[in-house]
Design a protein around this ligand. Structure first.
Ligand code: FES
Length: 334
């Protein structure tokens, strides 16, 4: 059985087990989304008519009062009838269509302590925006995990993932650091997320990345420099120890090629890197005002919170501040 979802400007079909977000993104209709796990609230919509099942929507993100007022989380809710929803994105905006596809593992490289780069080769090109992520079905399991894409969208034949080992993690330990093999086929859904390069922005860019939060920054950096090779961009990368730094040769080459680009590695718990201490300290020491900057922040929840605070102290405009939090993955059954 299929129902319809009507938004301000379009109508999409939705299966009974399909979430509202999944149905809209697969139809090429943009809707804000970030975690796809019910925890961020980015995909909140107002149901104007029809019935939805809130499924696993957490009460923290969608309290009873909001449910009673007709709100729903598009990434969790399924439909029980034809529905009309107000899309917070407003109007009709085309997006990279969400789809299922498979890819082959083509390379597995240890790039730093407890950090791997896994490269997947694609049979068909994937259209995505720099900064977005994909969901990988961990081979041999029904578990899905989210990974940002580090390659630029122009790189149509491969996907590059940066994975940090988390002890006991089904994907970030067992698969990525043990079971993965070149030639292995991986099922993927994507692209997802609204952390992406702002094509309409102008002026300088500041990027603050913690750990493997560097992955989407690499994609955004390449995209930004491809559209304006003279743009002033500074990328701060924070790690705890020197052994966690990676991809340094790539960023040094980018500095040589693009005179407006600067890469600053920050090591917080020992000597090493370009700066001792935290990314936020380096940024606050270097930039007196971020008023005309576009900012990108990616890393753990703690890292993102402190980086956002630092950018606000330097008066960055909220509409030019883009952030992505890596949260502990909640298992998502296939
Ligand atoms: S709560 Fe739906 S995308 Fe985060």
């Amino acid at each position: 059985m299929r129902y319809t979802i009507t938004t301000d400007a379009t109508t999409a079909e939705c299966g009974v087990e399909q979430t509202v977000l999944d149905a809209l993104l697969r139809s090429g209709v943009w809707m804000p989304n970030s975690c796809n796990q019910g925890s961020c609230g980015t995909c909140k919509i107002r149901v104007q008519s029809g019935r939805v099942d809130h499924r696993a929507s957490p009460l923290d993100t969608l309290p009873e009062t909001e449910r009673a007022a007709g709100f729903a989380l598009a990434c969790q809710a399924t439909v029980l009838s034809d529905v009309v929803v107000a899309n917070p994105a407003g109007g009709h905006r085309e997006t990279n269509r969400l789809r299922d596809f498979s890819a082959l593992v083509s390379a597995v490289v240890d790039v730093a302590a407890e950090t791997r780069m896994i490269v997947l080769s694609l049979e068909e090109p994937l259209q995505f925006s720099a900064g977005q992520y994909v969901e990988i079905k961990v081979p041999g399991t029904d578990i899905r995990r989210q990974y940002s894409l580090a390659n630029p969208p122009s790189d149509t034949q491969r996907l590059e993932l940066h994975i940090r080992r988390r002890s006991g993690g089904i994907a970030s330990d067992w698969w990525a650091f043990d079971a993965v093999r070149p030639g292995q086929r991986v099922d993927i859904t994507g692209p997802l997320g609204d952390f992406s390069f702002d094509e309409d922005s102008a002026g300088p860019i500041v990027m603050l990345a913690g750990g493997t939060g560097l992955a989407p920054m690499k994609s955004i950096l390449c995209q930004a420099l491809a559209s304006d090779g003279c743009r002033e961009i500074v990328l701060y990368h924070g790690v705890r120890s020197r052994r966690e730094l990676y991809d340094l040769d790539f960023y040094r080459e980018m500095e040589e090629e693009y005179s407006g680009f600067r890469f600053v590695s920050c090591v917080s718990r020992e000597a090493g890197g370009d700066r001792a201490g935290y990314v936020t300290e380096a940024f606050l020491g270097d930039i007196a005002s971020a008023k005309n900057y576009t900012g990108y922040v990616c890393g753990s929840e703690v890292f993102v919170d402190s980086a956002v605070k630092a950018l606000k102290r330097r008066r960055i405009s909220p509409r030019r501040l883009h952030r992505e939090r890596f949260s502990r993955a909640a298992p998502i059954s296939a």
